[in-house]
Design a protein around this ligand. Structure first.
Ligand code: KIV
Length: 261
């Protein structure tokens, strides 16, 4: 399969062909998702679903790089985006240093930064350095401590002006999370760049879900916008219980699992 580049994603938007995005945190699953997904995101959600933490705040640039390098090894086809962690782009200097480090070490196609119009100068600078940026607007999990929780975006004028400012600054794509769907629809119809939704309705250019949510491996809670396509946790628990039963009862291993002379 041919590797997807940014021009193909723009063509998909122009032709009204929906863009499919999914997260991945390692090579094993990236390889499984590569055939069906157009974009694979190494999301900082890995801190929660993979790392067992309560938020996305305490993950480092180096930890993101470790996971992104693994995902890269699993991909032949999908466009790869890597999340920049909390405060890693808090100043222009930090942004260039950290984003360049992520791009050089992981060979990703783009990085993603959470924030609104205040990020316009950062995105302009990163673009001039040759770095493609996905701007993450709407509900911003990295801002959850400051905002006192995961706050759904209902403020149309802020969302529209954030989207416009970030596109004008040179963002390659927009990701809009946890936002009223009519607001996301307006953004997608006026933007010239692809707009991907998570919990922002069906009228955008594409959708993203966190893999461990949609495959039912992360069961601590299920966000409203998730559809579960598999009960992964139950399947894994059952398979491991079967293995344990077989070992304890002497049914595994058998002759067929032994080496011969
Ligand atoms: O970290 C993540 O997985 C995300 C989601 C919005 C897709 O940013």
């Amino acid at each position: 399969m041919k590797k997807i580049n940014i021009n193909e994603l723009y063509k998909m938007k122009a032709q009204g062909q929906k863009i499919v995005m999914i997260t991945a945190y390692d090579a094993l699953f990236a390889r499984l998702f590569d055939e069906s997904a157009d974009i694979v995101l190494v999301g900082d959600s890995l801190n929660m679903s993979f790392g067992g933490k309560d938020s996305t705040i305490d993950i480092s640039v180096d930890e993101m790089i470790y996971h992104a390098k693994a995902v890269k090894r699993g991909l032949k086809h999908a466009y790869m985006v890597v999340d920049m962690p909390f405060a890693s782009c808090a100043t222009l200097e930090l942004a260039v240093q950290n984003c360049a480090k992520v791009c050089q070490q992981t060979l990703c196609d783009a990085i993603k930064i959470e924030g609104g119009a205040e990020l316009a100068p950062t995105i302009k600078l990163l673009k001039s350095a040759g770095i493609a940026v996905v701007a993450h607007i709407g509900l911003k999990p990295q801002h959850s401590v400051r905002e006192g929780g995961f706050v759904v975006c209902r403020d149309e004028s802020t969302a529209l002006s954030d989207a416009k400012a970030l596109e004008d600054a040179g963002a390659a794509m927009l990701l809009i999370e946890g936002t009223l769907s009519h607001i996301a629809a307006k953004i997608a119809s006026s933007a010239n760049i692809p707009v991907i939704s998570i919990g922002a309705g069906a009228s955008t250019d594409g959708q993203v879900l966190v893999w461990s949510d949609m495959l039912g491996f992360f069961t601590d809670f299920k966000p409203k916008f998730v559809r579960r396509y598999m009960d992964g946790a139950q399947l894994v628990k059952q398979a491991v219980a079967n293995y344990a039963d077989d070992v304890r009862s002497g049914k595994f291993p058998t002759k067929e699992h032994e080496y011969e002379l």
